[in-house]
Ligand binder design. Structure first.
Ligand code: FAD
Length: 372
């Protein structure tokens, strides 16, 4: 009998081969080679939950989560591109009409996409968004400036959220459409190769039937929450990956380097760092597994479960990466080391897809509603 290859194992192997130890070079250069991104996108691996009918691998969120953690351990910049592409694919599945869902085929065969909510005046408070989507006959006109759009430096399309009358709208904007200007963010603190960019939209006119997902004037908060929930889950799993990279590096170093005549790990204060890293990785994994299960079951709990998983995983990744640098000390204190990269990358995870403070506000609201 021929053994059937596990699709997640095949996908993980493809990512490992694509990165091929290059994450530190990409980080320093601030760039992932276009051929690497195209190849992974061409296998449908940047949005691996897209169903087979649209050419995707059709993974469950639980399977995609473990794959995302694998990529998060290899390279957070590449994992960030997965998060963005996955959010766009999910938005098309959730909001797009049957014709618009045809775009999913492009996303599983090499095309790339980014997602744009944030603006200079609308970071945590997306209700302050000023970008406008205006229906004009059978077209829509999009105007505004989006900031810090992950992956926009590489993307063929940007999913732009804006206000439309009293509600909101989501428009798939080709990056080469007249009126679009993409400007890379210079020298980001972390995820330096993730192609963060400002996207300026100057009266970009597009056919509505093709580009306006699901019609105009839907509640902006509803639009944002459905897509952000996917993003939060993805970021949370990426943080699990960083924690795994950090605990492995710290454990290896602590068991091989000796000071005061014995391995670092035998000094109890160093052992405590390793123990805390292990508990952080385990607890973040369990919360991510729970959130992925609620997503796969279509449970209404998925929204709060994703916020909780993202909040815990990002907080622990930032703290865990700092502990790992502490264990390695000078050996981990240069740009090219996995723990140094995690230290910079993990800090940003406490800001994106709802900062730690915004996550805590949402979790407090949920707890108060449930227990009072
Ligand atoms: P602000 O909203 O100005 O907040 C500043 C501080 O005040 C934060 O600590 C915040 O938590 C706190 N704060 C704000 N309001 C409250 C409150 N009510 N109570 C308590 N504390 C509060 N955006 C996109 O649209 N697409 C992307 O792909 C994307 N990728 C990103 C990638 C990176 C690496 C980064 C850094 C940002 C990215 N962003 C993206 C933008 C990101 O979503 C925003 O940075 C984030 O929402 C926070 O907004 P802000 O930076 O304007 O901070």
């Amino acid at each position: 009998m021929t053994a059937v290859a596990d699709p997640r194992a095949v996908a993980s192997a493809r990512f490992t081969a694509a990165v091929d130890g290059g994450a530190d070079d990409w980080d320093r250069a601030g760039h992932i080679p276009g051929a690497v991104i195209r190849k992974l996108a061409g296998h449908g691996l940047l949005c691996a939950d897209v169903p087979a009918e649209f050419g995707g691998p059709g993974m469950t969120m639980a399977e995609l989560g473990e794959l995302t953690a694998h990529v998060g351990a290899l390279c957070s910049s590449l994992r960030s591109l997965m998060t963005s592409q996955g959010m766009v694919a999910w938005a098309v599945r959730k909001l797009g009409d049957p014709r618009q869902q045809g775009y999913l085929r492009a996303l599983t065969t090499g095309s790339t996409a980014a997602v744009a909510f944030s603006e200079a005046g609308a970071g945590s408070d997306l209700s302050a968004m000023a970008t406008t989507v205006t229906p004009v006959g059978d077209r829509v006109e999009v105007s505004g400036t989006k900031v810090w759009v992950t992956g926009a430096g590489y993307a063929d399309h940007v999913l732009v959220f804006g206000r439309c009358g009293d509600g909101g709208a989501a428009v798939v904007v080709p990056a080469d459409a007249p009126g679009v200007t993409v400007t890379r963010v210079a020298d980001p603190l972390g995820c330096r190769a993730a192609g963060h960019a400002e996207v300026r939209l100057d009266r970009v006119s597009l056919p509505a039937a093709e580009h306006l997902l699901g019609g105009a004037g839907m509640p902006l908060q509803w639009l944002a929450t459905s897509v952000l929930t996917y993003g939060r889950l993805s970021v949370a799993w990426g943080c699990v990956g960083m924690l795994r990279g950090c605990v492995a590096a710290a454990a290896r170093h602590a068991s091989t380097r000796e000071q005061f005549g014995k391995a670092l790990a035998e000094h109890q204060l160093v052992g405590r760092h390793i123990a805390q890293l292990y508990v952080a990785e385990q607890s973040a994994t369990r919360l991510c597994e729970h959130a992925a299960r609620t997503w796969d079951e279509g449970s209404p709990e998925q929204i709060v479960a994703a916020v909780a998983a993202k909040h815990l995983a990002a907080t622990e990744a930032a703290r865990g990466a700092a502990s790992a640098v502490q264990v390695l000390a000078s050996a981990g204190a240069t740009d090219g080391h996995v723990v140094a990269r995690a230290y910079r990358d993990a800090k940003l995870m406490e800001i994106i897809e709802g900062s730690s403070e915004i996550s805590q506000l949402l979790l407090a609201q949920h707890a108060l509603a449930r227990w009072t």
